[in-house]
Design a protein around this ligand. Structure first.
Ligand SMILES: Nc1ncnc2c1ncn2[C@@H]1O[C@H](COP(=O)(O)OP(=O)(O)O)[C@@H](O)[C@H]1O
Ligand SMILES: [Mg+2]
Length: 256
């Protein structure tokens, strides 16, 4: 059936290899519209690669990534992504958003309207004409979100969106993410901040060494993750797992 929603996003046996090393291993899952997903896991688990694959910035080595069939919409026109480090063009705040909208072939009067709207909502109006690269890090990240918001995505990928921000900027960014979600965008974010995962997700996917080890509704995940590595991660102990079983026992004994 033809619909106007690009969701669900479907992954079937998706793997990604670089020079014979499998970095993403056999992932099969589906993302319907609705619940917000947090992807968590230790550094190097494959969280960023996973998002890049979903967003089409990388092609799977094997397996298939597909979107719902839509009549009038190219799936890539209905998605946006925000990176850990904002990438700004050497032009004004407003022009950065305008450029992204032009790439989507949105006409001028609509562009002006959307720029005004998202700058207001993100609290950036007074910075409209300032060169984007002179903004503080937190302001740049807010601009990156405003720019994504202006595209009216059905799905928004966020890769550690507050990793380098202080608590106040983090709070502001989380409020913008909430507002984008409230407007109907599906949110998939990676984070190493468990507090953020709690605040911003309805379900958690736990990744470890390129594999999905668990997918659970957030309240359940944070009280009782099923997977033992996920339990260790939530307790802040995951590094010990790299020590091997015997050393791990010693370490646990020492800490008791
Ligand atoms: N282009 C690449 N070439 C080789 N290895 C890569 C490449 N990109 C990522 N990796 C490796 O893949 C693993 C997962 O990376 P990444 O997705 O960035 O992890 P995470 O975001 O969970 O910290 C890491 O071990 C990283 O070194
Ligand atoms: Mg990453």
């Amino acid at each position: 059936m033809v619909s106007t929603s690009i969701l669900p996003l479907q992954l079937d046996n998706v793997s990604f290899e670089v020079r014979g090393v499998r970095l993403i291993k056999d992932m099969s899952l589906s993302f319907p519209a609705g619940p917000r997903t947090a992807i968590i896991g230790p550094n190097g688990a494959g969280k960023s690669l996973f998002l890049r694959l979903c967003h089409g910035l990388l092609k799977p080595t094997s397996g298939v990534i597909s979107w719902a069939t839509t009549e009038d919409l190219n799936p890539s026109d209905a998605q946006a992504m925000v990176f850990q480090r904002p990438v700004m063009l050497r032009r004004s705040v407003a022009a950065n958003i305008d450029y992204a909208l032009k790439l989507r072939r949105i006409e001028r009067s609509e562009r002006i309207h959307r720029i005004d709207q998202v700058l207001g909502r993100a609290g950036l109006h007074r910075l409209k004409s300032q060169p984007a690269r002179t903004l503080s890090f937190g302001e740049q990240q807010k601009l990156a979100l405003a720019r994504a918001w202006a595209l009216k995505p059905q799905i928004l990928f966020l890769d550690e969106p507050t990793a380098s921000l202080d608590p106040a900027a983090t709070h502001a960014v989380e409020e913008i993410i909430d507002a984008i979600h409230a407007e109907g965008a599906h949110i998939i974010l990676t984070t190493h901040d468990l507090g953020q995962a709690r605040r911003l997700s309805d379900e958690v996917i736990f990744l470890h060494r390129g594999r999905m080890l668990e997918r659970t509704p957030s309240p359940e995940f944070f009280t009782q993750p099923r997977n033992d590595l996920a339990q260790a991660f939530v307790r802040g102990e995951l590094l010990w797992w790299n020590l091997g079983k015997d050393n791990r026992k010693n370490k646990l004994k020492q800490s008791n």
